[in-house]
Ligand binder design. Structure first.
Ligand SMILES: C[S@@+](CC[C@H](N)C(=O)[O-])C[C@H]1O[C@@H](n2cnc3c(N)ncnc32)[C@H](O)[C@@H]1O
Length: 352
């Protein structure tokens, strides 16, 4: 992405509602050519907003002392300074002082934010499949990062006032669903015959630096998400999810062929396609279709599909694709802090 595209990515960015600091800094970066140039060193296809903010956060959490840290609740705690006019100047000074280290992070790291809250998408897909079939199913998460959401069947959830899932789980996901009547029974899941993730470069949960990068990608104000991430990393450390390394466009067909033939598959991706370079997206989409070669598929995608929820708030569409085609079944916050079901969610899943 060149400097013009990078500046536009910061200017047009949406969805940073839960981070007042980043919302403020988006305009700071967009209007400062030196910062735009630094952010443009992000790897191809990766969103430079998340990458630059993640790199700076990584350095601050790693112990680099600087006045900028005072603005980060993740570092300064409850005494963090509210965003003010000096925050942009502090951020600019920090980036220029540490440009070499930031540049090295941008050149080597991917945006791999593993938002455990998004496990609800997988849980929802499993419940929809259970309504459609009594057969065991396979789960495939494309762009699964460390694979934390492949454990969606093991977490506790409070959704629309009801709590379901494993009450003993250290991971308790709370999603605001104003009207849960259209949801399937999230407590009723199929048997999972196989669960596998695919990722370009899966972070290694045994590696402290990889864990630190995942932590840095959580926004500074979102302490609840950081706690969920830490709890899910502990679950995964005890029983690591199976994750295949590679571009799904290259290894997807092989991964699909290795699944038990004939069994229904849930294929999920959340915040993944948005990080695929535009010229690679047709190959990414073809790989998704290839998962249907040896078994019927329900494909759920929570990507960059800007929609207005029934309540009027802006969000993104959760799309379901089955043997009958695609439909938007809900509008949600990008982090799945909230989800509003659409009437299409009640359409029975057709497995062909
Ligand atoms: C922003 S993270 C989202 C992770 C996870 N889906 C979640 O919602 O928590 C996007 C992930 O997709 C992976 N990714 C991007 N393009 C990919 C591709 N073509 N094939 C496989 N993985 C990909 C990245 O490596 C990264 O870990």
């Amino acid at each position: 992405m060149g400097d013009v595209g990078t500046a536009e990515a910061f200017r047009a960015a949406r969805g940073f509602d839960s981070s007042p600091l980043y919302r403020h800094l988006l305009a700071v970066v967009a209007n400062e050519p030196a910062l735009v140039e630094l952010a443009s060193r992000t790897r191809p296809g990766q969103q430079p907003t998340f990458a630059l903010f993640g790199a700076v956060h990584y350095l601050l959490l790693g112990g680099v002392t600087d006045p900028l840290a005072a603005y980060y609740p993740s570092v300064a705690g409850a005494r963090a300074r509210p965003v003010d006019a000096d925050a942009g100047r502090a951020f600019t000074r920090f980036c220029l002082a540490h440009a070499d280290r930031i540049s090295a992070i941008l050149a080597t790291r991917l945006v791999q934010t593993n938002h455990v809250q998004r496990s609800l998408a997988t849980r929802l897909g499993l419940a929809l499949l259970r309504e459609a079939t009594a057969a065991p199913v396979c789960v495939v998460e494309v762009g699964c990062s460390a694979g934390l959401n492949l454990r969606a069947d093991r977490y506790a959830y409070t959704v629309g006032g009801s709590t379901i899932g494993d009450p003993t789980s250290g991971v308790h996901i709370r999603v605001d669903v104003p009207d849960a009547r259209l949801l399937p029974d999230l407590a009723r899941l199929p048997v999972i015959a196989d669960a596998v993730g695919v990722d370009l470069d899966p972070p290694d949960l045994a590696d402290a630096d990889d864990r630190a990068w995942l932590r840095a990608l959580v926004w500074p104000e979102n302490s609840h998400q950081a706690a969920l991430l830490a709890a899910a990393m502990r679950v995964a450390a005890d029983d690591p999810p199976r994750v295949l390394r590679g571009d799904v466009a290259d290894i997807g067909a092989e991964a699909a062929a290795a699944l038990p033939a004939g069994l229904p598959r849930l294929v999920v991706h959340t915040a993944t396609r948005i990080h695929v370079p535009v010229d690679r997206r047709p190959a990414f989409d073809a790989a998704m279709a290839a998962f249907a070669a040896d078994g019927p598929v329900l494909h759920l995608a929570l990507e960059d599909d800007q929609r207005i929820a029934p309540s009027g708030r802006p969000g993104i569409g959760l799309t379901a694709t089955d043997a009958t085609g695609s439909r938007t079944i809900a509008v949600a916050d990008g982090h799945l802090a909230w989800l509003e079901p659409l009437p299409e969610l009640a359409t029975p899943t057709t497995l062909g």
